[in-house]
Design a protein around this ligand. Sequence first.
Ligand code: PLP
Length: 367
Amino acid sequence: MIDLRSDTVTRPTAAMRKFIAEAEVGDDMIDVDPTVERLEKLTAELLGKEAAIFMPSGSMTNQIAIRLHCDRGCEFICDSNSHVYNYEQAAFAQLSGIVARTVDSRHGVIEPEQMDGLIRPINLHFVRTRLVCLENTHNRAGGRIFPQDKVERICRWAHENGLRTHVDGARLWNAAAATGKSVAELSEPFDSVSVCYSKGLGAPVGSGLAGTREFIAEARRARKLFGGAMRQAGMIAAGALYALLHHRERLVEDHEHARRIGDTVARCEPLSVIGGEVETNIVAVAVDPSWGTAAQFADSLRGGGVDSFVIGPQSIRLVTHLDLSSGRIDEACEIIRRVADGVPRASGSATQGGYGTATLPPAVASS
Ligand SMILES: *Cc1c(COP(=O)(O)O)cnc(C)c1O
């Protein structure tokens, strides 16, 4: 099976496993784990922030950042199609008493003008607006890079109006590899940044949150509250450290692979690339209803040997990663072509993506 469901499916390489086996560890809650400490230092340095903290997941780094930037009963602004809003069980509401105000992005990009009038006046009736949260690259919009000039304009507007800014940079590494900008440059306009080690970088577990020293000290307290403080966490931090040291530059290969898949998709009659262009390692694909449903398409792909995620009634996504060689991508393209030229498999038992489709808006159709 060629697994194009997600870049989270990668397994640690032999060299990474060796690095993990040899990692120095300590009790990170009693004193420090030296490998975790090394990872946190390197993460802060790369992101150009004073400090960083290692956490078990990207959901935790995002939710702790939102919690710290907003008080209970406050509001933050985010994209209605974002990960923090759709895929984290609204933990900001469940765990922190915070509400979200959503803006509809176009292909993952919010125009600075859309922010006009979103800050609530201060009076007895309203919640208080505290934070803007952006996503780069954008997951549901097919790995879209948020243009840096727009990031800068939105963050300047936020800061001028007394708001904080956070970026969900689960795949900020991909944005950096694709644009040639450093992750520090991409992070600069934001007060806090979360990044994943377990996506394109190929580490088995973990995410990082970066910001000021004071902010990260508070995040350390919140991590304990959320049940995310760990002991000999160097065992997993080592995988992340190895990934940071060795797997960042190769991300351009995944992007080239995704572009090849995108080209194949664009040439298949019933298919189109959502957003029109592949920018990083995710290809969001619209399936024309004349062929069948996205679930039927995913089913047929699976029958041919390609695993994908259904992300909407008429859309699937295909994600390239470390475990897929150029040859495997060629095979996948061939299978996609064959399925698109054929008819839906009779079964129609949906290969439902881990994300499901029921309550989400459809990914924006190609223009
Ligand atoms: C994967 C991802 C996260 C974090 O997910 P976890 O599974 O909690 O690590 C956050 N934001 C985006 C955009 C993601 O793709």
